[in-house]
Design a protein around this ligand. Structure first.
Ligand SMILES: Nc1ncnc2c1ncn2[C@@H]1O[C@H](COP(=O)(O)OP(=O)(O)OP(=O)(O)O)[C@@H](O)[C@H]1O
Ligand SMILES: [Mg+2]
Length: 296
């Protein structure tokens, strides 16, 4: 019996290696964040998650912007449960996962959960524990965070494998992007920051804006921020929002869609997937909370 069981486990592991190309499947975490609000984080997070899904990966998109959650609206889906139900202990996290028609898995945030916006480390514990059990469920976990840093929820960003900071070319958004980069680097100099310039009217302006942030971060923070994409301001994006079908699905040939596809290949193509190791998203989070005196 024992032999049979271990043989079955071996077969399952071999199958998984075949499917995922690696031993076990521990999701890579991409956090999408910004300094200024309204720059296009949610649109980028949703569309980048869909592009990853279209390339055959299992993707879990989690809306951690508890105050203004709206990834579900952009996806045109009404999940029966959201993170609020889980946090109130009404359901388990796997029940909150909603598989959309595209195969993308969504953990919706639940709008109006402002009172939950400032979660303490203790309150986050059950989310982390439950997520840890789900880490073999997907190749990528994409987090759509709120703007700005400060909440315990945004510790997620620091524990991610990559943090995609979104800005527009406007001076105010750029200044706020730099502020968030500075805050991230101050907390953890090893954080991998990627930069996306969204809603670009003119490509040259956007490139110049990105260069300024990259150079300033290098000179003043000693941080290597990698500019991974410039997405044009494109009316197809808000048409897609109105149709509740994300732009990469509703207008795949649109300039914004093509730019997101190019950005995703730079985001995930620049380094081979990390082999599974104990220094996962969760142990990094645990470390972060421990340093702040949280209890994980
Ligand atoms: N590339 C683009 N071209 C045109 N409009 C865009 C583009 N990207 C985003 N938008 C528009 O900008 C608005 C804000 O987008 P979104 O909600 O994704 O921003 P956000 O950063 O998530 O906002 P918040 O900080 O409130 O969470 C939306 O109306 C969206 O349609
Ligand atoms: Mg948003």
């Amino acid at each position: 019996m024992i032999d049979q069981a271990s043989r079955l486990r071996e077969l399952a592991a071999a199958y998984r290696r075949q499917v995922t190309g690696q031993v076990g499947r521990r999701f890579q975490v991409i956090a999408v964040t910004s300094g200024k609000g309204g720059v296009g984080k949610t649109n980028l997070a949703v569309n980048l998650a869909l592009v990853l899904r279209q390339s055959g990966r299992e993707v879990l998109l989690m809306d951690v912007d508890l105050g203004l959650a709206n990834a579900d609206i952009l996806l045109g889906t009404v999940p029966p449960y959201h993170l609020g139900h889980f946090l109130r202990g009404e359901v388990d996290l796997p029940q909150v996962i909603h598989r959309t028609a595209t195969g993308l898995k969504l953990i919706a945030g639940g709008s109006g959960l402002v009172e939950l916006g400032n979660l303490s480390a203790g309150q986050l514990q059950p989310v982390l524990r439950a997520l840890e059990r789900l880490q073999d469920e997907a190749d990528y976990l994409v987090l759509d965070t709120g703007a700005g840093l400060g909440d315990a929820v945004l510790e997620f960003a620091l524990a991610a494998d990559q943090v995609l900071v979104v800005t527009t070319p406007e001076p105010t958004a750029m200044a706020d992007a730099y502020t968030i980069i500075k805050a991230l680097v101050a907390r953890d100099p090893r954080v991998k920051i990627r930069l996306a310039v969204n809603q670009a009217e003119r490509l040259e302006d956007a490139e110049r804006a990105a260069d300024r942030i990259v150079t300033t971060a290098r000179n003043f923070l000693g941080a290597e921020v990698r500019h991974v994409g410039t997405i044009p301001r494109d009316p197809h994006v808000w048409q897609a929002v109105r149709r509740k079908v994300p732009v990469v699905l509703s207008y795949p040939g649109a300039p914004a869609s093509r730019a997101v596809v190019a950005m995703v290949s730079r985001l995930v193509g620049e380094e081979p997937p990390r082999p599974p190791e104990p220094g996962s998203f969760f142990s990094r989070l645990a470390g972060l909370f421990a340093r702040r005196g949280g209890s994980l």
